[in-house]
Design a protein around this ligand. Structure first.
Ligand code: MN
Length: 204
């Protein structure tokens, strides 16, 4: 319809079974191939609808359209960040290093305290949503965000360093209703090198 660029589903940077036993192959495959793909398709559908209306010169319900785009595009962006801040347990887990370790210690007092606050944010996110570690460029301080859906409670311009998806679709096959168990498992597969790279790219 037009040559304007659309979103595309990124491949996972590891095999579907690479995060076992913390996230099963089936869980990860459905999450990536079905759920993440649906946000990519959903965002593209809105962009194409806008394009079509522009070409036809017709009006759109801008409020509903932009609300939909924010949700779908937010879902796509967050999943892209999520896959890349995870890694197989053999190369993940442990503790952060570099500037990230310093920033967390300074802000939270200790890595353990940060983990505790982040876990509590993830466990208590209302309905479907995310916990995120973000960076405020104005204060040069990290902060935890509790994102509802894919786009509520997000701070404009705050850069996201790490996310944890706590939608039921992220863990229900593996953990049923026990979200805190999934949150606990998450710490075994965090790619701290990647999270630290994200921070160092911002503050360099
Ligand atoms: Mn998800």
């Amino acid at each position: 319809m037009s040559d304007k660029k659309l979103y595309s589903l990124p491949e996972l940077p590891y095999a579907y079974n690479a995060l076992e036993p913390f996230i099963s192959e089936t869980q990860l495959k459905i999450h990536h191939d079905k759920h993440h793909a649906a946000y990519v398709n959903g965002a593209n559908a809105v962009l194409e609808k806008l394009e079509k209306a522009r070409q036809a010169g017709t009006d759109m319900d801008m409020k509903a359209t932009l609300k939909e785009l924010s949700f779908q595009a937010g879902g796509h962006v967050l999943h892209g960040l999520f896959w890349r801040n995870l890694a197989p347990a053999a190369k993940a887990g442990k503790e952060p290093g570099g500037a990230l370790a310093d920033a967390l210690k300074k802000e939270f007092g200790s890595f353990e305290r940060f983990k505790k606050e982040f876990s509590a944010a993830a466990a208590s996110t209302e309905g479907s949503g995310w916990a995120a570690l973000a960076w405020c460029g104005m204060t040069g301080r990290p902060l935890i965000m509790q994102i509802e859906k894919h786009n509520v409670n997000v701070y404009p311009m705050f850069r996201i360093l790490m996310v944890l998806d706590v939608w039921e679709h992220a863990y229900y096959l593996d953990y049923k209703n026990e979200r805190p168990k999934f949150v606990e498992a998450f710490w075994n597969i965090v790619d701290w090198d990647e999270v630290n790279r994200r921070l160092e790219a911002i503050i360099k």
